[in-house]
Design a protein around this ligand. Sequence first.
Ligand SMILES: [Zn+2]
Length: 116
Amino acid sequence: MRDQRLIAGIGRAWANEILHAARLSPYALSTDLTDEEIDRLAAAIDSELERGLELRERGASNERTYRVHNRLGEPCYVCGTPLARVDYEEHTVYYCSRCQTGGRVLKDRRLSRLLK
Ligand SMILES: [Zn+2]
């Protein structure tokens, strides 16, 4: 719960970007993160929000700003794997199955619990 608050209020699109940059599963926030994962998440929040602010100041569109969000099937900017999407409660989450979930395709929340 403590870790979920780290990205509360940032917004779903940026949460997608941040989790990707941190190489964390979209479901990582509902589990206990290790210290190393928390460090990665904190670093990703800093770097992604800084990148976002810079792009906004230059007037970049959402399409240019987001590298993961709303890019189903487009190649991951890190590894080239087509990005995947999963519905998670009321959210739609975009992620790279190679960078973030060790090759696992997420089906829904219950299945991801089984796979954990
Ligand atoms: Zn990737």
